[in-house]
Design a protein around this ligand. Structure first.
Ligand SMILES: [Cu+2]
Length: 158
C-alpha cells in the first residue's frame, strides 16, 4: 500500500483508496486491535504530539503512562511520511528489515503493531489512539528508506 502510494505521490485517488483499504483492514481487527480513529470527542487519554521530518521523529513528552494514548502526528518536513507504533523488546535501531525492500518488516513476529497513520502530507496532522501496556515500544516512519535514515524513536509506557 505504501509503495503504491509512493509511486504516485500526486494521486488523490490512490490516497483515498489507501485510506479505505486501511479502514477495511482495521475493521478486520487482527492487524491493529488497539487502534481506533480519534473522533475528537471523549477521553483521549495521554496526548503525545509527534513531529516527523527528514529524518527524525520527536515527541513533546518522555513520560508516557500506560493506558490510552492519543498520538497527534504532524509532518513538519517537506515530503510524505507515516508513523507506526510497535510493541517490541528490540532496540529502536535494530528492527528487522524486509529482504526485498528498504523498510521494516511489519509482519515480523518480534513486532506487534499498535496502530499507525499513513500518507501524511507536509503540514498535515493525523491522529490515532492506542491502549498501551507497561512495556517498550518503537515508533517509526516506514516509507521505504526513511527508517534507515533515522526516522525512529524508542519509548517506554508505564
Ligand atoms: Cu518518513
Amino acid at each position: 500500500m505504501t509503495l503504491l502510494t509512493m509511486r504516485r505521490p500526486g494521486s488523490v485517488a490512490v490516497a483515498v483508496f489507501a485510506m479505505l483499504a486501511t479502514m477495511t483492514a482495521c475493521s478486520g481487527g487482527a492487524a491493529s486491535p488497539s487502534a481506533a480513529a480519534s473522533t475528537g470527542g471523549g477521553d483521549q487519554g495521554t496526548v503525545v504530539n509527534v513531529s516527523l521530518k527528514e529524518f527524525s521523529i520527536t515527541f513533546d513528552r518522555t513520560d508516557i503512562p500506560a493506558g490510552k494514548v492519543t498520538f497527534n502526528v504532524t509532518n513538519d518536513g517537506t515530503m510524505e511520511h507515516e508513523f507506526v507504533v510497535f510493541k517490541t523488546d528490540l532496540a529502536a535501531d535494530s528492527l528487522p528489515i524486509e529482504s526485498d525492500e528498504p523498510e521494516v518488516d511489519e509482519d515480523d513476529p518480534a513486532l506487534t503493531s499498535m496502530g499507525e497513520v499513513e500518507d501524511i502530507e507536509p503540514g498535515e496532522t493525523k491522529s490515532f489512539s492506542a491502549t498501551l501496556d507497561a512495556a517498550k515500544y518503537v515508533g517509526i516512519c516506514n516509507v521505504p528508506g526513511h527508517y534507515a535514515s533515522g526516522m525512529y524513536i524508542g519509548f517506554d509506557a508505564g
